[in-house]
Write a protein that binds this ligand. Sequence first.
Ligand code: ZN
Ligand code: ZN
Length: 85
Amino acid sequence: MEREYELTGEQKKAYAENEADLSNFETQMRNIQGTANSRLAAANLRFDPDAPYCYQCPCEQFKGPQHSCARPTCGHSRLRHNGFI
Ligand SMILES: [Zn+2]
Ligand SMILES: [Zn+2]
């Protein structure tokens, strides 16, 4: 029997509600990222859809197992870097 079928109604509800919230969040985040990239491009700042640059400062990139930025002075969360989603 698949593990999936062992879930209780309450557990399925928890997953379903998480899915709904995260889907909403991803949609909003994509919109925010699109706007952020448009602003950077308009201001002649870094705009490269494939790179993990910051939306708020000229950091090099976000990387590492600690999810820290390559630029110590960045200090912005992973969420604020391109490529989060
Ligand atoms: Zn950074
Ligand atoms: Zn930054």
